[in-house]
Each structure stands twice: as structure tokens, then as C-alpha cells.
Write a protein that binds this ligand. Structure first.
Ligand SMILES: C[S@@+](CC[C@H](N)C(=O)[O-])C[C@H]1O[C@@H](n2cnc3c(N)ncnc32)[C@H](O)[C@@H]1O
Length: 314
């Protein structure tokens, strides 16, 4: 890879137009095995899924109440589902709100491992018989291409993208496409890390060094808000405070610490491939009181997720 190549990122916030030199570091998402391992460990060490579940049980029911406009059948599209735990939780809330309807659920997930876990989970839940699953082992952009090629006219009542927009080339184009599929009263929900917590600070300070070619890693919900504001799209936003135990990141050579660092930076083998200056800078920022708190002998990284809800078709 040519480190002097200029990135073709499309940023939507006015202060983010500076060209970015492509980092010579490899993105974690290009090694699915290691990505899934470090994501799994991240879930074990963080309150991420708990805070998502709080949102799903406390806020989502109100958001879903108005979808469907009295229809007996709803279309759902889930993008970047992972192993499906969070998606099934959402599906169950949708069913509680609209118990009489049947659901057509398009699952879009490029990792065969994750898709397999999701299929196994579904096979263990006969109570999901109100849902027909269609498994799309592909990226969001491949799904878009397919949809357009097949000249699909189906509209969606509920689309969600939970923690996946980091991995698309153009987040604005991706949002616009999925928004264009919404039916009247349909909802599109996006969650990403917010610019407000520790992760936002990490992205802000090290985006030039950490961003690798082809994906938007260092995006936060601020980029989404800038994009939606520029298009005049209205939305609701919910803050979801979360935290993560990162103590192991500070033990040189600790295997789990290295996996967690890979997930935090989205860089494959960050500890082995980043320059000593970059590694020292990232570790210093992670343990800085602006980003972390100390609890006994643990270092706890404080970050925020944000859920953005769009309810108008383009
Ligand atoms: C951080 S995980 C989130 C998984 C799940 N939504 C959750 O919150 O537990 C990101 C997911 O996006 C998937 N992904 C990566 N690139 C993608 C793309 N271009 N289009 C759709 N999904 C993608 C990954 O395989 C992974 O399952």
C-alpha cells in the first residue's frame, strides 16, 4: 500500500474536509477471524449490549408504535447483524408492539461465521414463527447493488444499522439508500459511537494515523448528524452511555489486551504494527482521566453510543 496516497473519504462536517493520508496500517475488518475474536472480547469487557438492551426495552417500543400504518405484514432490514442477539431483541419488541403481524426479515451480514451463529440462534427459537428470514451474506453496498439490479420495489417498515457504518466507504450514500427504502411511517435506526465520549476523543486525535483505506472507521454520530442536517432530514437522538474494562491493554504482550486494542483502534495487530510513538500516544490517551476512570486496580474506558432515529423516506 502506498502510504502517501490521499484518502478519498467523504466527510460531511465542515471542519473535516482536510485530505487524509492513507495509513499504512491494515484494518482489522479485513481479517474476519481476528475481528470476530476481538469483537467478542469487547462485548465481554463492555456494557455495550446491556446499554443497547436498555434502549430496546425502554425507548424502542415507543419508536415502533407508529410503524406499519395498520398493515398485516411488516418488512424489516437489518444491516451488519453480527450474531443476531441484538437484532432478535429488537424483533421481539416489534412483535410485542404488533402481535398480529407477520414479518419479512432481510438480514445483511458479510461474515459467514456471524451469519451462521445467527442462523443457529434462530433455529433454537421456534417462537419466531411469525418471521420469515432471508439471509444475505453480503455487505451493505452489495445488498444495494443487488436490490437495484433486481429492480426491487418492496418498501421497508423498519431498517436498522447497529454499530456497522464504520465499515462502509460512503456513509451518506449508504444512509440515503436505506432511507429511500422506507415506507410511510417507516423508521431507520443507526447507532454508532458518539463524538462525546472517550472513543470520540480517540478518533478526533488519531484519525489520520488510524484510518485505513476503503472504510470510514473514524466516523462518529457527529458525522451522521452533519450529513442529515446538510440534507434537511429531521431525526431524534438518544445518548447511550457505555463503558469497557481496558486494564489488560496496559500489560505489554497480553494477548487479550492486544485484541482489545485492535478493536479500539480497528487496526489489525495494532501493538505489533503501529509505530512506538503512535502506540504510546494511544495508550496515554486511553488512560487519560478525560477518557477513563480508575476503579480499584481496573482502568475503565468511558464512551457513549448514540442512537439516531430517522422517520422520513427520502
Ligand atoms: C461491531 S459489529 C456489530 C454487530 C451487531 N450489530 C451488534 O451490535 O452486536 C459490526 C458488524 O458489521 C459487519 N460488517 C462489516 N462490514 C460490513 C459492511 N460493509 N456491510 C454490512 N455489514 C458489515 C461485521 O461483520 C459485523 O458483524
Amino acid at each position: 500500500m502506498n502510504p502517501n496516497k490521499i484518502h478519498r473519504f467523504i466527510f460531511y462536517c465542515p471542519d473535516r474536509f482536510e485530505p487524509i493520508m492513507a495509513s499504512p496500517l491494515m484494518s482489522l475488518v479485513h481479517d474476519d477471524d481476528r475481528y470476530q475474536k476481538s469483537f467478542q472480547l469487547f462485548l465481554e469487557r463492555s456494557s455495550e449490549h446491556q446499554c443497547m438492551k436498555d434502549f430496546i426495552h425502554n425507548k424502542l417500543p415507543h419508536i415502533l408504535a407508529s410503524i406499519g400504518d395498520g398493515k398485516s405484514h411488516l418488512n424489516v432490514i437489518e444491516v451488519g447483524s453480527g450474531a443476531g442477539d441484538i437484532d432478535l431483541e429488537m424483533l421481539s419488541e416489534l412483535h410485542k408492539k404488533h402481535p398480529e403481524v407477520t414479518i419479512d426479515n432481510e438480514v445483511v451480514e458479510p461474515s459467514s461465521q456471524q451469519l451462521h451463529h445467527y442462523q443457529v440462534l434462530v433455529s433454537q427459537k421456534p417462537e419466531l414463527n411469525y418471521t420469515k428470514f432471508t439471509w444475505n451474506k453480503m455487505t451493505a453496498s452489495e445488498f444495494e447493488e443487488n436490490w437495484k439490479q433486481k429492480k426491487m420495489t418492496k418498501k421497508a417498515d423498519f431498517v436498522h444499522m447497529i454499530q456497522m457504518l464504520y465499515y462502509v466507504k460512503d456513509l451518506g450514500a449508504t444512509i440515503s439508500f436505506f432511507q429511500s427504502l422506507l415506507d410511510k411511517n417507516g423508521k431507520l435506526i443507526i447507532t454508532l459511537v458518539s463524538d462525546k465520549g472517550g472513543w470520540g476523543k480517540l478518533c478526533q486525535k488519531y484519525r489520520n494515523q488510524l484510518c485505513s483505506t476503503g472504510i470510514s472507521y473514524c466516523v462518529t454520530t457527529r458525522d451522521i448528524r452533519c450529513f442529515l442536517d446538510s440534507k434537511g432530514v429531521s431525526y431524534q437522538s438518544f445518548d447511550l452511555p457505555s463503558h469497557m474494562d481496558i486494564t489488560e491493554c496496559f500489560t505489554e504482550g497480553d494477548e487479550k489486551g492486544e485484541l482489545l486494542l485492535d478493536f479500539l483502534t480497528e487496526v489489525l495487530d495494532f501493538s505489533k504494527t503501529a509505530s512506538p510513538e503512535l502506540k504510546a500516544g494511544v495508550l496515554e490517551l486511553l488512560r487519560h482521566p478525560d477518557c477513563s476512570s480508575r476503579s480499584e486496580d481496573r482502568v475503565v474506558f468511558i464512551y457513549n453510543l448514540e442512537a439516531i432515529v430517522i422517520d422520513e423516506p427520502t
